[in-house]
Every structure is written in structure tokens, then in C-alpha cells.
Design a protein around this ligand. Structure first.
Ligand SMILES: [Zn+2]
Length: 247
């Protein structure tokens, strides 16, 4: 392939711009905010699930407490009725009196056991409520951190977008003056070599792969016409001669 030395040197400008675009794209992908947002999103989901589970548990405990309190109330009412009968003096049979007294005693034990259950459920409800408050506070904190990190990420991305569109505009102007066939070869190399398709020959080395060329290759380059499009034998990028090539 042949192309004027000027057109070939333009490729180096294009390569510089493409390297810059590569750096911008890399920065865009490797922003620390990405990992932080993933972490915070994960924590938010964990908290959301645990809040839902605790809310369900709190509601179960509420029902459990209401039921235990109703049980206490029922036993208490029964004791009251028994006491009224006892105090009413209408029971003559000593056997019946004894039975009634023993029933009141056993009901009192039952009431005390049921009150223990109520207290236990109340304690569990309080613990659940406290855990719920803690989780809700943390979730609010995670939410505000998420908003701050997202805003920081978006601001950096907007800045990088601006840099990228500046570089793209510059690239379009440079690409405009490069002959079609040479531009095609460059683009092919660019796709194969991490975004940079041409490199300068500087101090007998390829600036693309940083290898020094051997004598045979250098002799071939010395013998080549100025408008011959050269390739690095190592990395296959388009190799552009410059005044610093050291030939
Ligand atoms: Zn090379």
C-alpha cells in the first residue's frame, strides 16, 4: 500500500486521539463509584428484605400478644365469677366449696403463666421494633449515600462525555484528510490492537509494542520508498517514519 508521508504522519495524530479516547473509556469503566454503587445497592436490598421480614414478624407478634391478653382476660373473668359465687355464700356443700377454691387456685396459676407469655411476647416485640428502627435508619443512610455517590458518578461521566466528544470532533477532522484505503487499514489495526492502529518508528523502535527493530527490518525500511506504508513485524501496526526514527 502506498500513501504520502504527510497522510502517514496524520495517522500518528489519529493514534494519539484514539489513545486518549481509550483512556477516557477506561476511566469511565473503572470509576470507583461503580463498585460503591453496587455495594450500596446490595446493602439496600438486604435491608429492604430484612425490614419486610421484621415487619411481618412484628405483626405476628402483635397478634400473638392480643391473643395472649385475651386468654388472660378470659381466665381473669372466670376467677371473678368463681369468687362472686364463693363470696355470695350460696354454696352450702363443703365439697363444692373445696372444689371451687381449688379451681380458683389453679386458675390463678394459669393466669400467672399466661401473663408470663404476654410479657415474653411484649419483650420480643420491643426487640423487633428496636431492630426495625435501626434497620430503617441504616437504610435511610444508605439511601443518602447512594444518592451522593450516584450524583458524583454522573458528574464525572458528564465530564468524560464532554472530553470524549471533544476528542471525537478532533478525530473526525483528522480522519477527514486521510485517504480511504489507509484509513481502512488503520481501522482494522485499531480494532485488533486495543484502539491504536498506528505507531511511530522512534529511535529504531516501534512505539506501539516498544520493541527495537532488528537490522534486517531496519535495512528493509531504509530501502523502502517514502510513500510505502510500512508495518511493524512484531505487532503489525502501521509503522510511521518520523525525523526521530534513527534510520
Ligand atoms: Zn510494533
Amino acid at each position: 500500500m502506498k500513501a504520502s508521508p504527510e497522510a502517514q504522519r496524520k495517522l500518528l495524530e489519529l493514534a494519539d486521539i484514539d489513545a486518549e479516547l481509550g483512556r477516557i473509556a477506561h476511566r469511565r469503566r473503572s470509576l470507583p463509584e461503580h463498585a460503591e454503587i453496587t455495594r450500596l445497592d446490595g446493602r439496600d436490598a438486604e435491608l429492604r428484605d430484612s425490614i419486610a421480614a421484621m415487619t411481618a414478624q412484628a405483626s405476628d407478634l402483635g397478634r400473638e400478644q392480643a391473643k395472649a391478653e385475651a386468654d388472660v382476660e378470659q381466665v381473669r373473668a372466670r376467677i371473678d365469677r368463681d369468687r362472686q359465687r364463693l363470696d355470695g355464700g350460696m354454696i352450702a356443700s363443703p365439697k363444692e366449696l373445696e372444689n371451687l377454691q381449688s379451681e380458683i387456685q389453679s386458675l390463678a396459676r394459669r393466669q400467672s403463666d399466661l401473663e408470663e407469655i404476654v410479657l415474653d411476647v411484649m419483650e420480643r416485640r420491643e426487640t423487633t421494633s428496636a431492630d426495625l428502627r435501626t434497620a430503617a435508619e441504616e437504610r435511610a443512610l444508605v439511601g443518602s449515600q447512594l444518592a451522593a455517590v450516584t450524583a458524583a458518578r454522573d458528574a464525572t461521566l458528564a465530564e468524560l462525555d464532554e472530553q470524549a466528544s471533544g476528542a471525537e470532533a478532533k478525530r473526525a477532522r483528522v480522519a477527514d484528510v486521510i485517504p480511504g484505503e489507509l484509513a481502512e487499514l488503520y481501522d482494522k489495526m485499531r480494532a485488533q490492537h486495543g484502539g491504536v492502529g498506528a505507531a511511530a518508528l522512534r529511535q529504531r523502535g516501534c512505539q506501539g509494542c516498544n520493541l527495537t527493530l532488528n537490522t534486517v527490518d531496519l535495512n528493509a525500511i531504509r530501502a523502502a520508498a517514502e510513500d510505502e506504508v510500512l508495518r511493524c513485524e512484531e505487532c503489525r501496526r502501521i509503522l510511521v517514519r518520523t525525523p526521530e526514527s534513527g534510520l
